[in-house]
Design a protein around this ligand. Structure first.
Ligand code: FAD
Length: 761
């Protein structure tokens, strides 16, 4: 046999001991991403391999020299040697490449023992069969995915500490009323969604966030997870549920006093009282402070008169408007002729027979792009009188003498304090959008693990979509980001539930996070649709509905572009107060910080560091994202200051820097998300799952840095070699996570019966 191959492949050049290294070197040189730390791993393993002679070691080490790589002829020779061995690559082996190398070597010489040094290389380089199976012209015993990680173990990590209640809820969702189906008639869809909401209420799920005295468990964190699960059932259901219990009930709970809680909260939780949250007007959406509906106090009758003054001052898009008996109406409160700013008032809309009260007009908004199971409508008020007790008066009261009182004197602060109490809804919207992305990723990935298209002419079977590097790069970084954002929103809800009265900080954080996460969801669902080809376009496969239903999440509960500016303003006011309170010392600190950044950017050793250990290190991701955030903050503050110094009014200065501020809001949100995610991972028990979560973090972090590579290159933070290495690492990490992708989507914990798309089953 030795002689048989002598002429064509020069087998005599390789010793018995060296031969098992050939497939490894072949793989290594086919992938030109061998970093210094990886070369070290291979060199150490070679050094410790007693079966190799000194000559073998010298030969192998010479093949590791990046400046003098093996000649193409040599590499071709290796490939031939491997092919001619006829060895099979079995992907399910624990160390597939080491086992394959043994089979190749056994063909030419006597049988080989297990080589622990090669196993060390395989493990430390993270080489996976899907990195190299296409490189060999041999038979591959393929596995669509690995079961090394369990989806339910991941679910337990992601959903702790609420898993018990979430699992109870998953059981509850087995009720056939929650089975997904195509609904094109809005009236039928609305009827069904209302029934579903009533059923949820009857089992106590709607009131979960309310105090025990009103049928709840005071548990807004579990409520948010329940909300997420309703998105898995249907977008309209989640939104109708959110409007009834979160927005209408939430406004009573957070803006009202004991009187309102005692009178309305229990009935709201049980859907005996259906309500809506009427803030937006046709003329005023993002600018809530500009709304025109008035609530004028009449002392003689101790009443408030609610009125729509002008043509486009009616409430619009109000969810639950057609089913509601009452609305929480946001108005300008006028007391003794003075405007006290925006306040919410409970206004009865309909009687027991569901007829609208005098002075109230309600119209259906009609068919929408999505969410057609939700009854959105317009509402007009014509001099509608309600008792003064209907004012949700936690932050502003009208006393017996008809005087307005508030503990918060500054109207600006009062307005933001009131809106700040509603931040929970914004977190739920982000969670809902993310849930839409999760189910779309699950459907498209399960499809890609079965669907085959094209093949190499020598193969019988076509390749799985999931095995195409482009498919991996399109979907796997998005799965990584969905993990990061999941942990981040759990943290946001935890902080919100446990924060003190001043919610300003969490409000700034959530304004930014809601924006980047809902945009992420929109992009992801589109990518999933395309990744499923024509099947993704069919209604039965659900992605079309997910796309249409979640589209508006970037607009409601605060338009993203407007929210990012809010986040940036929050950052800049912190920045300003830091400078104001710290005086000269803070300025020095700031300049010191800028200097440190300069050092980092001009140090070529840092801006061109491409080692795997460095690129995968959370410290690098956090440093890069924080650098961007600080640079954007610093430059925005300086630009605004310079405009103001020239006498330009602050509003104009703000407009001149508006696009910059948007980037600042995004930069702020991205570093915050990365920081919270790594805090979550570092709190996990040591073990394989923790390592997996770190790898997911690295993929997300590098993808985000990669997205802004132009900016980093402009700033000199990244050198061209590092920028290229980041791109290659994103691809490589995607490939490394490919075998675990089924476990990763199972880790979302979406009950199987809710992943109802035919292409995913
Ligand atoms: C299906 C649906 C359900 C809804 N449910 C409810 C509900 O139950 N209750 C309720 O009160 N409201 C509800 N809304 C209203 C929703 O909250 C508003 O649509 C949202 O706040 C945006 O307001 P707008 O539509 O007036 O848009 P606008 O404020 O007019 O914004 C339009 C565009 O202008 C941009 N823009 C606005 N201001 C600025 C600025 N300062 N700088 C830069 N760009 C700017 C925005 O980014 C946006 O792209 C719902 C809306 C929809 C569509």
């Amino acid at each position: 046999m030795y002689l048989l191959y002598f002429h064509c492949i020069n087998i005599q050049n390789y010793s018995n001991a060296l031969l098992p290294y050939i497939p490894f070197f072949y793989v290594i040189w086919s992938d030109d991403l061998l970093s210094a730390s990886e070369i070290d791993v291979v060199k150490t393993a070679i050094g410790e391999d007693d079966s190799l002679s000194n000559l073998d070691k010298e030969q192998l080490c010479s093949w590791l020299n990046k400046n003098h790589p093996p000649k193409n002829e040599e590499i071709k020779n290796w490939q031939q040697l491997i092919t001619n061995s006829g060895a099979k690559l079995v992907e399910s082996e624990t160390y597939p490449l080491e086992a394959f190398s043994r089979k190749v070597s056994d063909f030419y010489f006597e049988s080989h023992r297990v080589n622990e040094n090669l196993r060390t290389i395989e493990l430390n380089l993270g080489i996976q069969p899907n990195h190299y199976n296409h490189l060999f012209h041999v038979e591959v015993i393929h596995q669509a995915y690995s079961n090394q990680y369990s989806g339910s173990a991941i679910d337990a990590i992601l959903n702790a500490p609420h898993l018990t209640i979430i699992n109870q809820f998953r059981e509850f969702l087995k009720n056939l009323i929650f089975k997904w189906d195509i609904h094109r008639d809005k009236e039928l869809a609305r009827k069904l969604v209302l029934k579903q909401v009533q059923l949820l209420a009857s089992d106590g799920w709607g009131a979960l966030a309310y105090p025990n005295a009103y049928g709840g468990k005071q548990d807004i964190e579990s409520y948010a997870s329940i909300f997420e699960h309703l998105m898995f059932v249907d977008g309209s259901l989640a939104i109708k549920f959110g409007v009834q219990f979160g927005l209408f009930g939430g406004s009573i709970q957070n803006l009202g006093s004991t009187y309102h809680h005692d009178n309305y909260l229990k009935d709201t939780g049980e859907t005996k009282l259906l309500g809506c949250f009427a803030m937006t007007e046709t003329g005023h959406g993002s600018n809530v402070r500009g709304i025109k509906t008035t609530a004028t106090y009449i002392h003689e009758t101790r009443s408030l008169v609610i009125h729509t003054p002008g043509k486009s001052d009616n409430k619009e898009y109000i969810g639950n408007a057609l089913d509601s008996k009452m609305a929480s109406v946001f108005t300008q409160l006028i007391v003794k002729g003075k405007n006290k700013g925006v306040h919410a008032v409970l206004v009865p809309l309909r009687n027991e027979k569901h007829e609208t009260f005098k002075g109230i007009t309600i119209e259906d908004n009609g068919y929408k792009l999505g969410l057609n199971g939700v009854d959105n409508g317009k509402i007009w008020f014509n001099q509608v009188k309600v008792p003064v007790e209907n004012l949700l008066d936690k932050y502003g009261q009208i006393d017996r003498n008809g005087n307005y009182q508030s503990e918060i004197e500054n109207p600006n602060k009062r307005f933001f304090t009131m809106l700040g109490t509603l931040v929970g809804g914004r977190i739920c919207v982000a969670k809902g959008a993310l849930a839409g992305a999760k189910i779309a990723l699950t459907i498209s990935i399960k499809h890609a693990l079965k669907r085959r298209q094209f093949n190499d002419s020598i193969k019988v079977q076509e390749d799985l979509l999931m095995d195409y590097p482009t498919h991996q790069l399109r979907l796997i970084p998005k799965v990584a980001s969905s993990y990061v954002y999941h942990a981040v929103l759990q943290r946001a809800m935890h902080d919100y539930a446990n924060s003190t009265e001043d919610k300003r900080k969490i409000e700034t954080q959530v304004a930014g996070l809601k924006s980047i996460i809902t945009w992420f969801a929109t992009d992801t669902i589109q990518e999933c649709r395309e990744a499923c080809g024509g099947k993704g376009y069919l209604l039965e496969n659900r992605i079309a509905d997910l796309k249409n239903d979640t589209d508006i999440f970037t607009t409601f509960e605060g338009d993203n572009t407007v929210l990012l500016q809010l986040a940036a303003k929050g950052v800049l006011s912190d920045f300003k107060s830091e400078l104001n309170s710290g005086g000269f010392v803070s300025v020095l600190k700031l300049i010191g910080g800028r200097f440190a950044d300069k050092l980092a950017t001009i140090n070529p050793a840092y801006s061109n560091k491409v080692d795997k250990a460095h690129l995968y290190n959370p410290k690098f991701h956090l440093h890069a994202l924080d650098f961007r955030f600080r640079r954007l903050t610093d430059s925005a503050a300086m630009r605004i200051r310079n405009y103001i110094k020239k006498g330009i009014p602050s509003y104009q200065a703000f407009l001149k820097t508006q696009t910059h501020l948007l980037e600042l809001g995004r930069g702020y949100s991205e570093v915050l998300a990365m920081k919270w995610y790594y805090e979550f991972v570092s709190s996990q028990e040591e073990g394989p799952y923790k390592s997996l979560l770190y790898k997911i973090g690295a993929l997300h972090g590098l993808s985000i840095i990669r997205k802004d590579a132009t900016w980093y290159l402009e700033q000199g933070y990244l050198g061209s070699t590092k920028s290229k290495a980041i791109r290659q690492r994103v691809e490589r990490l995607s490939t490394e996570l490919r075998p675990h992708i089924n476990s990763l989507v199972n880790g979302y914990g979406i009950p199987e019966h809710l992943v109802s798309a035919p292409i995913s089953n």
